[in-house]
Write a protein that binds this ligand. Structure first.
Ligand SMILES: NC(=O)c1ccc[n+]([C@@H]2O[C@H](COP(=O)([O-])OP(=O)(O)OC[C@H]3O[C@@H](n4cnc5c(N)ncnc54)[C@H](O)[C@@H]3O)[C@@H](O)[C@H]2O)c1
Length: 286
């Protein structure tokens, strides 16, 4: 059952991963709608660009989300800066890798997990006391469609995003009756820098593609811009959703998870083959 609507536009928010992609678009959108924004990212240059693109109040902080102590210090700074109750905490920062399970580099998997999962846990633990004291606000944790279905060459990423989903679902139940909410976001393919910023040692499909080529192919099949993703996320939170699907492909993943929970990849491969056949006809219609 949907929860009561939660207005976030015009109210203070905190966003990690705000130097690029979905996080930057969320900061720009909510700032434009009157929200004071506290933004954080490990990329100082990108974060400064985001901050300078905002016209409203902004607290900007270079921060590695995997550092629990620094997240606590940042939460103290945000608490002191807040001009009004904190409406939303977006634990959005994330990274990816691409590798078979057999070839995975443990150091890369740990790097990914420290950001995608522990970064979300650290941000939740640091900012939750502020929301609980207020008796209002919402923790918005970014999972993925890869937190709905496991996909080849994305084992660590999928595991981290399933973990975010489980963590946030558990948190939501603990928060019942407190006035504080917990929301999971499941984006489909969004045209951002995520694959360019990925750790990819070699083409996991063994086709010899460069990192640049893999990133370009990813961007070519994305269906949603980061600005559109920010709009969907804002509206989803404000409608009181507990789970927000972002983009048409996210709805396909969600449906497959329900109707073909073990055979989804076969179905996807068949759909993909048909789409490729149609594309080929367009190129040479004989
Ligand atoms: N783009 C997609 O298709 C897609 C799909 C599903 C989920 N997501 C998720 O959306 C979120 C945003 O990703 P995006 O697509 O905008 O990618 P992006 O690469 O454009 O932005 C991610 C941001 O996170 C920051 N970041 C990385 N490590 C960090 C750290 N240790 N501490 C602080 N900041 C750090 C990066 O510097 C970057 O600014 C991620 O959690 C990602 O997993 C993206």
């Amino acid at each position: 059952m949907p929860r009561p609507p939660r207005k976030i536009a015009g109210h203070p928010v905190m966003i990690t991963g705000a130097a690029s992609g979905i996080g930057r678009s969320l900061a720009q959108r909510l700032s434009r709608l009157g929200s004071p924004v506290a933004i954080a990212d490990v990329d100082a240059t990108g974060l400064a660009e985001t901050a300078s693109s905002l016209s409203g109040p902004v607290l900007s902080r270079v921060l590695d989300v995997s550092d629990a102590a620094d997240q606590l210090r940042f939460a103290d700074e945000v608490r002191a800066w807040l001009p009004a109750p904190l409406a939303a905490v977006f634990n959005n920062a994330g990274v990816t890798t691409a590798s078979t399970v057999a070839d995975a580099v443990p150091e890369d998997d740990s790097w990914l997990f420290s950001i995608n999962f522990w970064g979300v846990v650290n941000g939740t633990r640091a900012f939750l006391p502020i929301l609980k004291e207020q008796g209002s606000g919402v923790i918005v944790n970014t999972s993925s469609v890869y937190g709905l279905l496991g996909m080849p060459h994305q084992s660590a990423y999928c595991a981290s995003k399933f973990a975010v989903r489980g963590f946030t679902d558990a948190l939501r139940q603990e928060l019942l009756g407190t006035g504080v909410g917990a929301v999971t976001v499941h984006p489909g393919g969004i045209r951002t820098n995520i694959v360019r910023n990925a750790r990819i040692r070699h083409d996991p499909e063994g086709r010899g593609r460069t990192h640049e080529e893999i990133a370009a192919q990813f961007e070519a099949i994305t269906l949603t811009t980061p600005d559109k993703a920010a709009e969907i996320i804002q509206h989803g939170v404000e409608r009181g959703k507990s789970r927000i699907l972002v983009g048409p492909d996210a709805y396909v993943f969600d449906a497959l998870a329900r109707i073909a929970p073990t055979h989804y990849f076969t179905v996807m491969s068949k759909l993909g083959a048909r789409l490729r056949a149609r594309q080929d006809k367009v190129v040479s219609p004989k």
